[in-house]
Structure formats: structure tokens, C-alpha cells
Design a protein around this ligand. Structure first.
Ligand code: PMP
Length: 351
């Protein structure tokens, strides 16, 4: 019966990190440091949990299709923009590509990067063009424009997962001005970075900036993301999404989390402190990062070997092997709680 499945789903899917519970069981370890998924290590604040709980009492009703509560919280935080929301930024990416891409059209992706763009583009029947970064993982805007000029959608992640670096604003402008289609700028890690592309949305009609509540806002499990879109695109995006896409509990929690500025600032400073400590203390080369993770060059070991060695020592990190276009000697390590980060530094340095 498998012949009935679309061919794009027969080529493997998203690579998930190893589960902490599996590692704990496999190696008999009590406390596992979870540094593979770039999450916030702390649960949401009591105010956020209370907002989600209050929303739970009304889940017999469908959510507000206009996502009013979250939209007004976003407006309070950022000012008036056309916002759209999705089931995580993954959901935003999927709906955006569904809105734009006809089968056979091109989606250009600056690589190495987050793998879901490719999967989502293939699911729309798109032809995917990958545009490699330079050896230092910076984006070559000339090369990107050359390869992506006629693409329906070009995807650029900044700060980039897994390399951690942000693309300078002037390079993004060059891309926006050089391409005929949309630039989807994945800004999942913006809160940890000094580079803010938001002012560009006032000038460029072909820019979409995607954001998420999964990282600094500590709501990865509630699957809620959003994007700044040009006004002309918003009604079509809404048409392409499923009715009532985002649930009322996630929206209530996200709205409350936006107001939780103290917690956000606390995690951002934890991340900045540990990016520096990783760089100073890990004996392998650590790449500069604008995100809540760093990429580490573990040569002559492979990323897979290092992940296995660290897992046995109770530390889960991510091998970069699955990021197509990267050599196989990198791992990606999130900033977690102090004890997790300390355990990682101690264990990797012992190898
Ligand atoms: N974009 C990037 C660059 C990511 O790293 C991730 C999550 N790992 C996502 C999007 C997806 O985020 P969400 O949890 O909001 O779907």
C-alpha cells in the first residue's frame, strides 16, 4: 500500500534529538543535560501558566480565528504590523510556502541550515535550490541573488541554525533588492542577537520575518510562532491556513509570555555569559554565535562520535551531520542551566 504515499514523504523526515529519558535508561544516568534543541531550560513563569490555565477553562469553544489576544499583545510589544501566527514557526513556514508556491516553482535556501525548509518546500512540490554559504558560513549575497533571483521564495536563517552567525543588514537588503520573490527571514533566535531586521518591513514588500515562542519565551511545547508579513500577503496567508490554526491555550500563554520581560532578559544574559564561557573554556574551537547555542568543531572526531561519547556521560548535544552541506565534524550545543553547561564543558574537555 505504500505506493499510495507521495514520493516526497518516502525520503526520510525531520531528525529529532535523542530523548533524555532514553539516554537516562540506556546508560543508567539520573540527571541528563539537555543541550540539543535550543530550548529555554526553565519552565514558563507562574503568570504564563495561570494565563494558559484560564484559557483551558474555555476550550469547549473554538479559538478566536482573528487571534485577537495574541495580536494585541504583539502590537503592544512591537507596534502595529500585519502579524500572522502558526503552529510553531514550523507551522508558519508550512503555511507561507502553501500560500506562495505552485508545484514546480523554486524555493531557494541558503545552506547549511535548519532542515525543515527543504521538507516543507518539497511537500509543496517545489524545486529546491540550495545556495552554499562561504567557508566561514557567512552569506555571499551576490551568489544568493544569482541563484535565487527568480525563485518564488528565498529562505535565509539569521542567526543561522546551526552555525550561529547573523547576516549583516546590508547583505539582507542586497538580497531583498536583487530577488523577484519573497525573502523568508527566519528570526527564531533574534532575542539573543544584536541584529534587528524589523525596520526593513516598513520598506520592503517582499520580506517576511518569522519568529517563535519556542526559544526565549520557553513555550516550545505549546507550538506557537508568528511572522511579520507585508499587508498584501496577510489575507492570502490566512486563506491558506487551516481554520482555527493556533489553539487558545497557546495564544493565551504566548500573550502573557510577551509581558514577561524580566524573565526574557534573564535568559538572554545567561546565554551571553555562557557563549563566552563556552568559547573560553571548551578545548575545541567554538564558532562565534548570536544565538542560544554554539557550533563546536570537534575534529578529528565526527559529530556523531562526539554525540555518542557525551550521551554516555549524560549530556545530549546535536550532531550537525544531518545539516546538509556541513562537514561531519561539528556539534551544536545549546545554553542550558548552569549545571548542564558546566557538565558539558567538563565532559567534552575530558575527551
Ligand atoms: N527555525 C529555526 C531556525 C529553528 O531552529 C527552529 C526550531 N528548532 C524553528 C524554526 C522551529 O521553531 P518552532 O518550535 O517555533 O516550530
Amino acid at each position: 500500500m505504500e505506493r499510495l504515499v507521495r514520493s516526497c514523504y518516502k525520503q526520510g523526515g525531520y531528525q529529532f534529538a535523542k530523548k533524555a529519558t532514553d539516554i537516562a535508561r540506556e546508560y543508567g544516568i539520573e540527571r541528563v543535560a539537555r543541550l540539543a534543541s535550543n530550548e529555554n531550560p526553565s519552565p514558563p513563569s507562574p503568570a504564563v501558566i495561570a494565563a494558559a490555565e484560564a484559557a483551558l477553562h474555555q476550550v469547549n469553544r473554538y479559538p478566536d480565528e482573528r487571534v485577537g489576544l495574541l495580536t494585541s499583545a504583539l502590537e503592544t510589544r512591537y507596534g502595529k504590523y500585519p502579524f500572522v501566527t502558526g503552529v510553531g514557526m514550523d507551522g508558519v513556514i508550512e503555511t507561507l510556502l502553501r500560500t506562495l508556491v505552485e508545484p514546480g516553482e523554486t524555493v531557494a535556501i541558503s545552506t547549511p541550515t535548519f532542515s525543515f525548509y527543504r521538507l516543507a518546500a518539497l511537500a509543496q512540490g517545489a524545486g529546491v535550490v540550495t545556495v552554499p554559504r562561504r567557508d566561514d558560513f557567512s552569506v555571499d549575497p551576490d551568489a544568493l541573488v544569482r541563484a535565487a533571483r527568480t525563485a518564488k521564495c528565498t529562505v535565509l536563517c539569521s542567526p543561522n541554525n546551526p552555525t550561529g552567525n547573523a547576516t549583516p543588514i546590508e547583505d539582507v537588503i542586497q538580497v531583498l533588492e536583487g530577488i523577484e520573490g519573497i525573502l523568508f527571514l527566519d528570526n527564531a533566535y533574534v532575542e539573543f542577537s544584536e541584529t534587528d531586521y524589523l525596520p526593513l518591513t516598513k520598506k520592503y514588500e517582499n520580506l517576511v520575518i518569522g519568529r517563535t515562542f519556542s526559544k526565549v519565551y520557553a513555550l516550545a511545547g505549546l507550538r506557537i510562532g508568528y511572522a511579520f508579513v507585508p499587508a498584501w500577503l496577510q489575507p492570502f496567508y490566512l486563506r491558506a491556513g487551516t481554520p482555527f490554526t493556533v489553539n487558545s491555550v497557546s495564544c493565551a500563554a504566548a500573550a502573557a509570555a510577551l509581558a514577561d520581560t524580566g524573565r526574557v532578559a534573564g535568559f538572554v544574559s545567561q546565554v551571553k555569559r555562557w557563549r563566552k564561557r563556552y568559547t573560553d573554556e571548551v578545548k575545541y574551537p567554538v564558532l562565534p554565535s548570536d544565538a542560544n547555542f554554539v557550533m563546536v568543531d570537534v575534529a578529528p572526531r565526527t559529530g556523531d562520535e562526539m554525540v555518542e561519547l557525551l550521551a554516555r556521560r549524560g549530556v545530549i548535544v546535536r550532531s550537525c551531520r544531518s545539516f546538509s552541506g556541513l562537514p561531519d565534524h561539528y556539534i551544536r550545543v545549546s545554553v542550558g542551566d548552569d549545571w548542564e553547561n558546566e557538565l558539558f564543558v567538563q565532559e567534552i574537555n575530558s575527551l
